[in-house]
Ligand binder design. Structure first.
Ligand SMILES: C[S@@+](CC[C@H](N)C(=O)[O-])C[C@H]1O[C@@H](n2cnc3c(N)ncnc32)[C@H](O)[C@@H]1O
Ligand code: SF4
Length: 449
């Protein structure tokens, strides 16, 4: 890798799970305004619901999620009670019977919810919404928590896709990241899920971890593929200790450097392709029959806070601390603090604290960035035309794009942009040409590759 590419790889760049990105949700929003945003969602619009569960048994050193450790059930029970109230508040505004296309439980570790609470929350959602026959009902699970009783319960409440956190199977990597789980633990979790009829399976892997070299990544991929998941996510470890203090427990000297990270990811990608998985966007892989692969094939892949998705819903409502909603008016984020979140809900207010109203310029840039992140290509004039906007609306990106073109990160033909196959790893950098907020506050992001 030459110096130019190495500098790009080491650049800090957003992951573009939204545009504008979360650090720029800086508008003040009160409960009444958010209630209006919800009330204004047109009748015909379909919904996606995200429920955030911010608890884990212990905190993995690398974790970038919003969660906390607990060994007790009481705080999780209390959280579930408030979540039920929050769902009442939301449906009080949008009305009951709205079409629901996608339901996602994320965290943290949603499987730490007591079984009776998981059931009550799911049945309330199923009662309040008009559930699409093709709904994707997904949940993120820690494989160390998946016994047969949980698997049966998940099948009973309608879950039809399960995502398991693996990261790396090597004991020396696991001890460096503070997450010990054997291959047998994971194999047993998968067997329990399949016995309950849960066939659609995603496994999360990571590269860029301490003590991780070629051998560890290859073995992890072979072990993961042997479990026959239909999707694999391969995330580059985002080391952001200025935001996540516990990441200071990671020994940075044992981490692969920028070049090694790039090589590890390229090697992992080659292995996954060799096993018949298709590359989906930057960091997902799916068997050709999987809905993500079909969405990628048909140009309908989307990007949201959970990463890549085939979710066709127009509106995303988040419930739970720190969750983000995307409504026609813009983005709004819930309070990350459980106590303040609960106080708001118990007084009948929406617990929103930050927002970003989106204008036409944001929508244009969002669409270009989303197409680049999903398809590695975008037709800028076409996207401007979709909004009846002159093609020069995004001309401020041309200086950065010309530099990226000269360095081989993007090919430009008229208004069409294309990221070459061997430069896909740099797509976040290319997308940043359209980010008008980048550099407008002190936010530091993780490295681009
Ligand atoms: C909510 S966790 C998955 C469910 C469960 N909590 C678990 O860990 O098994 C979501 C995933 O985010 C990824 N992740 C967490 N922290 C990350 C970081 N700092 N950089 C990149 N990916 C990260 C991991 O792959 C993890 O499995
Ligand atoms: S990776 Fe999963 S289990 Fe580990 S701390 Fe983060 S959310 Fe919890």
């Amino acid at each position: 890798m030459d110096k130019t590419l190495r500098d790009y790889a080491a650049r800090s760049a957003p992951r573009y799970t939204s545009y504008p990105t979360a650090p720029h949700f800086t508008d003040v929003i009160d409960s009444a305004s958010y209630a209006d945003w919800l009330r204004c969602v047109p009748d015909e619009v379909s919904f996606s619901l995200y429920a955030h569960i911010p608890f884990c048994r212990s905190i993995c050193h690398y974790c970038g999620c919003h969660t906390k450790a607990t060994r007790q059930e009481a705080p999780v029970r209390a959280y579930a009670r408030t979540l039920l109230q929050e769902i009442d508040l939301v449906t009080g505004r949008i009305g009951q019977g709205r079409p629901l296309k996608h339901l996602h439980w994320g965290g943290g570790t949603p499987s730490l919810l007591p079984h009776d609470k998981l059931k009550r929350i799911a049945s309330k959602i199923y009662r309040y919404f008009d559930i699409s026959p093709t709904i994707e009902h997904a949940i993120e699970l820690d494989p160390r928590t998946v016994d047969l009783a949980l698997a049966d319960l998940l099948a009973e409440i309608g879950v039809n896709r399960v995502s398991l956190g693996i990261q790396d199977f090597s004991p020396k990597v696991q001890s460096a990241i503070g997450r010990i789980q054997s291959y047998n633990d994971v194999g047993l979790a998968v067997a329990n899920l399949r016995a309950a009829g849960l066939e659609r399976l995603n496994l999360d892997l990571m590269y860029g971890l301490p003590n991780q070299g070629e051998r560890e990544v290859i073995d992890t991929i072979e072990y993961a593929v042997a479990l026959k998941p239909d999707r694999i996510a391969l995330f580059g470890y985002a080391h952001v200790p200025w935001m996540k203090k516990h990441q200071r427990l990671i020994d940075t000297d044992a981490m692969p450097d920028v070049i090694e990270r790039f090589e590890l990811s390229e090697m992992a990608i080659e292995k996954l392709l060799g096993h018949g998985y298709r590359r989906i966007g930057l960091d997902h892989f799916a068997l050709p029959s999987d809905s993500l692969a079909i969405a990628a094939e048909t140009g309908t892949l989307r990007r949201n806070f959970q990463g890549y998705t085939a979710d066709p819903a127009d509106v995303l409502v988040g419930v739970g601390v720190s969750s983000i909603s995307k409504l026609p008016n813009g983005y709004a984020q819930n309070d990350p603090d459980i106590r303040r979140w609960r106080t708001a809900i118990e007084s009948g207010s929406f617990p929103v604290v930050r927002s970003k109203r989106i204008d036409i310029d944001d929508r244009l840039r969002h669409d270009v960035i989303e197409r680049l992140m999903c398809d590695f290509e975008a037709d800028v004039d076409q996207i401007c035309a979709n909004y009846d906007t002159p093609p020069d609306a995004l001309s401020d990106s041309s200086t950065a794009l010309a530099a990226f073109e000269a360095d081989g990160l993007v090919e430009i033909s008229g208004s069409r942009l294309r990221v070459p196959d061997d430069r896909k790893a740099f797509v976040r950098v290319v997308a940043s040409a359209f980010d008008k907020y980048l550099g407008s506050n002190a936010t530091k992001h993780s490295v681009a590759v």
